[in-house]
Design a protein around this ligand. Structure first.
Ligand SMILES: [Ca+2]
Length: 249
């Protein structure tokens, strides 16, 4: 009896240790993309504005996100309050277009895995537009795949599209919360199993009402701040942005 009890105790202790080991480090280890925009883009000097150059990806050394613009668009330096100091951030243009583009890579396609997209944004009421894409991979269609975090009309939402058992499907969820004139706000879209949800600041996560399991995979670049560098139908974000992160698992 004593032996059985100690065997159980040992088992519980081992399980507890395993759970502790599996918590905190695992999440950070799954970051595939993190652009913190702390350094000036390659070949450029502070404080900009910039129309070219690349920001190093902190999560995947060697990868980077590069600026592409259409006149009069440029990327300007902004500062995000962070503790007692500040963290360098980016301001997108009031006119023209500007985007940060990360080349396609296998680790930026979730497939059927869990994933998380997050970004810090600041948007004034005057910068609100009908279409404002924050971070995405793949474009809107009724046949292809995509993951996207947006702030259309100042209201963050998340859309994914892809294939379940070979059949095209999509999931779209709006936070219902405007971030206009709210200062720096954390926005996060995540899929856990069949559940897609969006979180804005301290508001409760809003889940998509349906099954979000699907294979999301495509050959598009990740784009930040717009669909691309075009001047029309570009869903250009015109506010400030920092810490664009994509995680798997
Ligand atoms: Ca930063």
């Amino acid at each position: 009896m004593g032996r059985a009890r100690s065997a159980i105790a040992l088992g519980v202790a081992t399980l507890a240790a395993a759970v502790l080991v599996d918590t905190a480090p695992a999440y950070a280890a799954t970051e595939q993309l993190r652009l913190d925009f702390d350094a000036a883009p390659s070949g450029q000097v502070e404080p900009g504005p910039w129309t070219s150059g690349c920001f190093a990806d902190v999560a995947t050394p060697g990868d980077s996100g590069c600026i592409a613009v259409s006149d009069p668009g440029s990327i300007s330096r902004a500062t995000r309050p962070n503790g007692t100091g500040g963290s360098p951030a980016l301001a997108f243009p009031a006119a023209g277009s500007a985007v940060i583009q990360v080349p396609d890579a296998a680790n930026l396609n979730p497939g059927t895995q869990d994933f998380t997209i997050s970004v810090l944004v600041k948007l004034t009421a005057g910068q609100v537009t009908a279409g404002a894409n924050l971070v995405q991979k793949g474009f809107y269609s009724k046949t292809g795949s995509q993951w996207k975090l947006q702030a259309d009309n100042g209201i963050p939402g998340c859309r994914i599209a892809g294939f379940r058992d070979g059949v095209w499907t999509e999931a779209l969820v709006s936070s219902g919360v405007s971030i206009a004139d709210q200062g720096w706000t954390f926005v996060q879209c995540k899929r856990r199993g069949t559940v897609l949800s969006i979180t804005v600041g301290a508001h409760p996560a809003v889940p998509f009402d349906g099954d979000a399991s699907m294979d999301v995979s495509n050959t598009s670049k990740v784009t930040i701040g717009a669909k691309g560098a075009g001047l029309s139908n570009n869903d250009q974000f015109r506010g400030e942005l920092d810490n664009a992160v994509f995680s798997l698992g």
